[in-house]
Design a protein around this ligand. Structure first.
Ligand code: SAM
Ligand code: SF4
Length: 428
């Protein structure tokens, strides 16, 4: 979501006459789009801003702005901490950015814009700043109503609101006309899409509608909350032929006790049941997840329940994190903090196990003829191109620029931790 917001910021500024530069020393405007999901992300912002101070001293007209979740959370407090900032803008103030910059250019004033007034309808497409891409994100909703006890998102991105189905379909149609072949639909909990519109729309219906759009070959989405993963959405994996066989379904922990404290509103058995249903409806589906270790009060037994769950499911991939206390969340009031040492040890165990599972899953694709959408020239070799399987695994193979945007069949010959290697069989 943040990557997509940054793309929108770049595109909006290009529309207002700015051009991007490769060297930060040449910039007249620097915007940092921030994340505050964990303390580590917030710390990165401060060290980045520290490095920018000398640029501002050398070039007083340089405008430095900070947007995103940390900006939303801190507002004018960020100016107190970093007095050489010109602009702080929140998660609902992206579209007014060109206007904010013009005001600063004219008046030299420092601005703080963090109100939640920007409407959900302004989340739509802005001119693309990266022509030639064949995949695109599409925001279908903003905010979150779930209040998982550890999570700052409802605070910094506001309450859940869905865009209208017709606006989303219009945006995807425009993207298709610009050569986009694959869209990833974005929301904190896509499975509750439509609830705030109240016209009987749901996410499954949106998937069926997008499937009808000519030129779009692949549909992905992220993220789906396990408690809301409906049987109807599970069926979409067998009914909607453009829907790729991958789901990111964050479990967070395998312990019912910790799930309760996290306010996730499902049990370990519920989650396993959803996984079985997904695999029954779509046998080749890849399942990825998020896990937090060291939630306050997590015992060795709770942690073992997570390890046991990982063994039962064998995720294709996993994002794993040490619990990070966030101000204003319910979990911040819990006293039973786990030491940094224990968190690090548990994270290492989770990551080592996941590496094993990822490699096993990748190796199982060896010998398969996989459908790949070619996205770009490989970062490692000019003679190779890169794309993804429908199950979202990166594949590199010998091929030229002309293949970008084409769907091809590739025989998988080698499997590694982070990617696969293959040989082109045919261009579909
Ligand atoms: N909306 C998505 C969902 O519920 O699955 C996830 C959104 S969040 C941006 C991405 C991941 O960050 C979460 O799934 C969780 O694992 C992790 N996360 C959120 N708050 C955290 C915290 N305070 N400490 C550590 N990890 C956290
Ligand atoms: Fe955060 Fe939970 Fe909402 Fe995901 S569903 S954004 S983890 S509050």
């Amino acid at each position: 979501m943040n990557v997509h917001d940054s793309q929108k910021i770049a595109a909006l500024m290009e529309d207002s006459g700015y051009a991007s530069v490769n060297d930060v020393r040449e910039a007249d405007l620097i915007i940092i789009n921030t994340c505050s999901i964990r303390e580590k992300a917030a710390q990165k912002v401060y060290s980045q801003l520290g490095r920018l101070r000398k640029f501002k001293e050398r070039k007083p007209n340089l405008i430095i702005g900070v947007g995103g979740c940390l900006a939303q959370q801190l507002g004018s407090k960020l100016i107190e901490k970093v007095p050489y900032l010109d602009l702080v803008f929140g998660t609902h103030n992206i579209h007014s950015l060109p206007d904010s910059i013009t005001t600063i250019e004219k008046t030299g004033r420092t601005l703080v814009r963090t109100d939640f007034q920007e409407s959900v309808e302004s989340l739509g497409i802005v001119a693309p700043s990266d022509n030639g891409k064949v995949t695109s994100f599409v925001t279908i909703m903003q905010g979150c109503n779930n209040f998982c006890s550890y999570c700052v998102v409802p605070q910094v991105r506001g309450r859940e609101e869905s865009r209208s189905l017709s606006d989303i379909v219009k945006e995807v149609t425009v993207l298709a006309s610009r050569g986009i072949k694959e869209v990833t639909l974005l929301g904190q909990n896509v499975n509750s899409y439509g609830k705030t519109i109240g016209e009987g729309y749901d996410f499954a219906e949106l998937l069926h509608e997008i499937c009808l759009i000519g030129g779009i070959e692949r549909i992905r989405f992220t993220t789906s909350h396990p408690k809301d993963l409906s049987d109807r959405l599970v069926r979409c994996f067998s009914e909607v032929d453009k829907l790729c066989e991958h789901i990111h379904l964050p479990v967070q922990t395998g312990s019912d006790r910790v799930l309760g404290m996290m306010n996730r509103l499902y049990t370990r058995a519920d989650y396993l049941d959803k996984v079985y249903k997904l695999r029954a409806a779509c046998p080749g589906i890849s399942i990825t997840s998020d896990i937090i270790v060291g939630f306050p009060g997590e015992t060795d037994r709770d942690f073992q329940a997570t390890i046991d769950m990982m063994g039962k499911i064998r995720f294709d991939n996993l994002f794993s994190f040490k619990y990070s206390q966030r101000d204003g969340t319910a979990a911040a009031k819990l006293s039973d903090e786990i030491t940094e040492r224990v968190k690090s040890d548990r994270l290492k165990i989770v990551q080592a196990l996941q590496e094993k599972h990822t490699l096993e899953r990748n190796e199982a694709t060896r010998g398969n003829a996989e459908e790949i959408l070619v996205e770009e020239i490989s970062k490692n070799s000019q003679e190779d191109v890169t794309g993804r399987t429908r199950t979202n695994k990166i594949v590199n193979f010998r091929g030229s620029r002309e293949l970008i945007g084409r769907t091809v069949t590739v025989l998988i010959t080698d499997a590694y931790q982070h990617s696969l290697r293959g040989r082109l069989l045919n261009v579909n």
